[in-house]
Design a protein around this ligand. Sequence first.
Ligand code: GLU
Length: 487
Amino acid sequence: MKSKVRIRFAPSPTGYMHIGNLRTALYEYLIAKSQGGEFILRIEDTDRNRLVKDAEKVIYDTLDAVGIRADEGPNIGGEYGPYRQSERKGRYLDYAKELVKRGKAYYCFCEKSEDEGSESTPLSGHKDRCRDIPSEEVNRLLGESKKYVIRQKMPLEGKTSFEDLVFGKVEVDNKELEDQILIKSDGYPTYNFANVIDDYEMKITHVVRGCEYLSSTPKYNLLYEAFGWKIPNYIHLPLIMGKNEDGSTSKLSKRHGAVSFEDLVRKGYLPEAIVNYIVFLGWCPESNRELFTLEELEKEFSISRISKSPSIFDYKKLDWFNSEYLRKKSDSEFIKLARSYIAGAVNEEKFNMGKIAQLLRQRISHLDQIPEMIDFFESIPEYDVNLFQNKKSKSTLESSINILSEILDELSELASWTYNNLYDLLIKVANERGIKNSSVMWPVRIAVSGKLVTPGGAIEILEILGKEESLRRIENAVKKLKNLNIY
Ligand code: GLU
């Protein structure tokens, strides 16, 4: 009988969710779910020096926000717990001692091993001289409570290879493999050891992670072999790159823009749009369809369509996905999402939020564009009179004075300030003068907004501003133009 697919997401709690990590979680979840398998959350929090407050919560909140539900995890429980690595600390030493017994690991008493405790500076091919200390000598040193680390004993010759489901055959010369530390001098495991033990104990069938782990995998496999355990399937994921200003690419980092889920959400990207976009960073479906819900992806996803070539994070494409999702929201959903961004720029009490929301809806790709687009409602900026000049709508400074003066009179007479009445009035002025509608709309829009580009046209802005404020702004515009003494 085929065993049930079990895939884990094993984030270190860093305090934020990098897009690359979220993509890993998403692919792991989708690979598991598309095969009726289980998705397990394991928190790799053994690096106590780097612990960040509430960092675990960021992980739960992110998975929640995008709709990824774990079947097992620290906050859920499960048969193979604990799911927090710090709570598993006691388990690893015995495994390492077993390896020593099997001749696949050894005690190393070298002092330099102390500062080499992290995995950050692996020494390629390093084989330590403690490999060959006779066992009586080892026992003597242990008896003296001499500090030690336990290192993996790599074969001196031959090759180790494995078949990655995305990258294909990967092979290394064993002499290139350093005798990496498994247990540090404080008795705790390195990541390189703990991940193998945890994956084994948690019955993980597919190990899915970033391709930066490709070169470590042969070492992990030698551990599985040393224990006589079944080696899991491996799926390494392609790099995510960012585009640099000079057109080159490099690993996606802060200098390319927002790179964490929280930052993107703060900028007003919707979780479902983020998920939909990032699933394409290394995968594509058979058809050229682009919009998928998570549920649809659970059916559609397949390992065979994961690519090994790096993908480029394209903020414009993310904008496109987000606008699609924003447009699909109902009015009330959109207002709910946009409310805090609108309220940051204008006084909610003074303006009709629904009308402002409608203006924005078709025009934004992320919500944090809102304040800058609508702040003119609250107070009109200092603007350059030359904005009144526009070739296409045949608007000049002179024509603007005339039209605005007339409109000011007509508008002050207008009894009911509705969209339709405003529309009829402006069109009537254009018709009577025998000029294009836009020759009227242009100066009015500039006069009430002070901006070259606005969400919505003159009439929508007049309607939202209300009579009093509209008249005041047009009056000021007329004064401003008259002060130029162009006659
Ligand atoms: N804790 C590791 C990380 O966050 C997990 C790598 C793995 O999936 O094994 O990079």
